[in-house]
Design a protein around this ligand. Structure first.
Ligand SMILES: [Zn+2]
Length: 86
């Protein structure tokens, strides 16, 4: 359990480091966060039409979604504990 938490913490730190140090203005696809095929609006990963976003914005959205997942998981654990001791 403690091990799992540490791993999440580590991943989180890596992401923060990336957000701090990376070049955040490169354009990427809004769906997959990968480069868009030149002279098209096609994502180079899923080959779907997509809109262009800065990688900083894409990473930020991912980060927020990840933090929400973590918060949900913690609520889940807390609820299990409450059930156990009530
Ligand atoms: Zn895509």
């Amino acid at each position: 359990m403690a091990c799992q938490f540490d791993e999440d913490e580590y991943r989180n730190q890596q992401l923060n480091k990336y957000l701090d140090e990376g070049d955040m203005s490169d354009p990427v696809s809004s769906c997959c966060g990968v480069p868009i095929i030149e002279n098209t609006d096609l994502c180079s990963d899923c080959q779907e039409h997509c809109s262009e976003v800065e990688i900083g914005a894409f990473m930020h959205d991912k980060h927020v979604a990840y933090m929400e997942d973590v918060a949900d998981a913690e609520h889940e654990i807390q609820r299990d504990k409450d059930d156990q001791f009530s």
